[in-house]
Design a protein around this ligand. Sequence first.
Ligand code: ATP
Ligand code: MG
Length: 343
Amino acid sequence: MVTEEQVRQELKELVVPGLTRTVDSMNLIQEVEISEGKVSITIASAGMTPIVQGVLRAKITKVVEKLEKGSEVEVEFVNVRPETLNKIKNVVAVMSGKGGVGKSLVAGLTAVSLKRMGYNVGILDADITGPSVPKMFGISERPAGDETGILPVLTKSGIRVMSVNLLLSAEDDAVIWRGPLIGKAIEQFWHDVHWGDLDYLIIDLPPGTSDAALTVMQTIPITGAVVVYTPQDLAMMIVRKAFSMAKSMDKPVLGVVENMSYIYIPELDKKVELFGASQADNMVKAAGAPLLAKIPVDPGLAKLCDEGRIEDYEVEFIKNLGENIIKSIADTKAAKKKEKETK
Ligand SMILES: Nc1ncnc2c1ncn2[C@@H]1O[C@H](COP(=O)(O)OP(=O)(O)OP(=O)(O)O)[C@@H](O)[C@H]1O
Ligand SMILES: [Mg+2]
C-alpha cells in the first residue's frame, strides 16, 4: 500500500486548474489518510469554484490511482481561513517620509529581485491612492475567489499581487476612501488573501507617516522596513520621521534605498549627481541600517514601468538589492535573538 508521504509527494507539484499555482505553493493539502485500500484526501478549497474543485478532484484521483492500482480514492474539500493556510516567512514594508520618491518602484524592483533568485514572492499594495503596482506589472485582472478568501493575481514571472486597485472598477475613485476604511481593507489583505507559501511579502506602504501607514505597521507582523529617499530630500527631518515611526513601533529598519541617486551618461561614461550629492552616508548613520541600493534616474526604467514590464528590467543593482535585503533580515534576526538571550 502507498504511504501518506508518497501521496503527498505526488500531489505537491500538481497545478490547480485555471489558477496556474501548484497545490504545494498554496499549502492546500490538509490531510491524507490511508486505510484498508482507501485513500482519503482533504483539500482546502481556497476560493476555488465548484468546477475547479471538480477538475482538481479528478486530477488527484488519477494521480493516486496510478500510485496504487485498484485503490479507492476520496477527495474532500473544506473551507479553511486563508490566514491558517498562509505561511509567510518574511514581511518587508517599503516606506518613505513623503510621496513620490519611488516607493512603489522600489517595492516592485525588490519583488523582481527576490523572485529572480527563485523565492516565492508576493506584493501587498497598501497604497490605494494610485494603481502603481498593478500598472508596473501590467496586470488588471480581477482577483478570483469567494467568501472563503481571495487569490492574488499572478504577474508574468509569478509574483503574487494583491491591490485594492485590482478590486475597484475603473470609475471608482479610491482617493476618497477615508483612513478607517483603508485600514480595514489592508487588514483583510492580510487575513483573507490566499497568499500560500511565501518567502517574502513586500508591502508598498501608503506615502509618508500617515494613519494608513501606521495601521499597516500595527496590524501586520512586519519583519522590517526599507526606507526610500531621494538626494533632493534635503529635509532629512522627513526621513527621520519615517525612521522614528518604524522604531516607535518596534519594527527594525532593514536599510535605506537612495532613489534617483545619479544619472549615467553613456557618451561620457560618467555618473552625474543630478539632484545633488548622495545622502547615503547621512542616511545610513541616521537609520543605523545599511544602504541597500543606489538607484539611478533611468528613463528606460520609467518606460518599462509605464508599459507594465518592470520584470524585464536587467541591471546589476537589482541583484544586489535582493541580496542585501536578505542579508539585512538575517542580521536583524540574529541581533534580536542575541538581545533575547542576554535579557
Ligand atoms: N529611478 C527612477 N528612474 C526613472 N523613473 C523613476 C525612478 N524612480 C521613480 N521613477 C518614476 O517616478 C514616478 C513615481 O515613482 P513611484 O510611483 O514609485 O513613487 P512613490 O513614492 O510610490 O509615489 P507615491 O507616494 O505617489 O506612492 C513613477 O512614474 C516612476 O516610474
Ligand atoms: Mg506609490
